[in-house]
Design a protein around this ligand. Structure first.
Ligand code: NAP
Length: 398
């Protein structure tokens, strides 16, 4: 009998060797990459006497075709009840009433961390000279900033009202044809995000946490994020971490908490990647950083992601690319993004051994130049294989 994953009083997860995990196959190439990823995930779990009972839940086009709804309530209920889930890419319905299914799932489960580890695998084609120096983990805030943004169209009655209010409260006269955007950043939202990043750094023996912000220009949102981050280090992590100003950049054996302005950070992750380790940032900066960094290590075919609430125990791990509909059903595309999201999920469940084995086998497979079309076109002497063959090659090396 398979078991539900449950939450312990101390917010850790209680996971048996036979847990039930809901999955969304995904639209488009989901039908190719999910079975490939599952083959590897199952084999790596079985090595240690574990077996996941995968429970299919629906979302996206498949859900719409079968139920008439893009995101059936049963799907959210399953993710809510079983705490941990995984998903392939989803078609964003045009005019379906949702901005994005992915964003909706994150919001409904209050998955406040978008976790994006970025590291290079030996042999993966990269546009930079030393991709091996890239080993960063981005904690991107998932519920505030532009994800909670409010906009008013230029000339609308809402925009006019805000312009009046700005004049009244701030004494500033803005151009009457301005569109308006409001981005909220709260102390609560900032501290829970930074707490997650610092806890991760402690647990995984990482060296630094960098708060990335644009606080020189936006003092009470981005600047406040930076200040609340440092404040949290002092309030809750002083035994294991220290802020840059409190140690002149020399933290001893503690974790160094530092900050970087977003524009220069985007340069430095490229020119001095080994100076960055864990990064904590707001929604929009995190969006730019995660994709820019993914490009350095092989692009979206291989970048994994997870959306997590460390307090309630909920986590949904996901491929970061889209459905690539033109390749759907061709057994062609790279399954690494959803597979490595599964690896993140295993790490999150405490299955470090199974996760580590997959990483080694992926490294070995790509190192031997056995790759899908996307990498094969950028490599000399590669053996181009199908999506399912790539997965089998990984299993053979587990
Ligand atoms: P996309 O599906 O990510 O595809 C863009 C290109 O990225 C593909 O043409 C392909 O490039 C490459 N690519 C994507 N997945 C790959 C994989 N597994 N292996 C290798 N290469 C891969 O982006 P899109 O065409 O803009 O969006 C299509 C649909 O996906 C839309 O409905 C969009 O809303 C949705 N979407 C969903 C998510 C999500 O669910 N997380 C994210 C983004 C977009 P080449 O053709 O150059 O090889």
């Amino acid at each position: 009998m398979a078991d539900k994953i449950t939450l312990n009083d101390d917010s850790t997860l209680n996971v048996s060797n036979n847990p039930i995990i809901p999955f969304i196959e995904g639209d488009g190439t989901g039908i190719d990459i999910w079975p490939a990823a599952k083959l590897v995930l199952d084999a790596a779990a079985a090595k240690y006497g574990r077996q996941v009972e995968w429970k299919e839940v629906l979302a996206g086009q498949k859900a719409f075709d079968e139920t008439g709804e893009w995101l059936p309530e049963d799907t959210i209920t399953a993710f809510d009840e079983h705490l941990i889930g995984i998903k392939g890419p989803l078609t964003t319905p045009v005019g379906g009433g949702f901005r994005s299914l992915n964003v909706t799932i994150r919001q409904m489960l209050d998955l406040y961390v978008c976790l994006r580890p970025v590291r290079w695998f030996q042999g993966v084609p990269s546009p930079v000279k030393t991709p091996e120096k890239v080993d960063m983990v981005i904690f991107r805030e998932n519920t505030e900033d532009i994800y909670a943004g409010i906009e008013a169209e230029a000339h609308s009655k809402e925009a006019k009202k805000v312009l009046e209010l700005v004049k009244e409260v701030f004494g500033r006269e803005l151009r009457p044809d301005s569109g308006i955007g409001i981005k909220p950043i709260s102390e609560f939202g900032t501290k829970r995000l930074c707490r997650a990043a610092l806890n991760y750094a402690v647990k995984r023996g990482r060296k630094s946490v960098t708060f990335v912000h644009k606080g020189n220009i936006m003092k009470f949102t981005e600047g406040a994020f930076r200040n609340w981050g440092y404040e949290l280090v002092k309030e809750e992590f002083s035994d294991v971490a220290v802020g840059w100003d409190d140690c002149n950049g020399d933290p001893g054996d503690k974790i160094l908490a530092k900050d970087a302005i977003a524009d220069i950070a985007l340069q430095q992750v490229l020119t001095r990647p080994d100076e960055f380790d864990v990064i904590a940032t707001m929604n929009l900066n995190g969006d730019y950083l995660s994709d820019a960094l993914a490009a350095q290590v092989g692009g979206i075919g291989i970048a994994p992601g997870g959306n997590i609430n460390y307090v309630t125990g909920h986590g949904v791990f996901e491929a970061t690319h889209g459905t690539a509909p033109k390749y759907a059903g061709q057994d062609k595309v790279n399954p690494s993004s959803v597979l490595l999201s599964g690896v993140m999920m295993y790490e999150h469940l405490g299955w470090e051994d199974s996760a580590g084995d997959i990483i080694k086998a992926v490294e070995q497979t790509i190192g031997e130049k056995i790759v899908t079309y996307d990498f094969a076109r950028l490599m000399d002497g590669a053996t181009k294989v199908a999506c399912s063959e790539f997965a089998q090659a990984i299993v053979d090396r587990l």
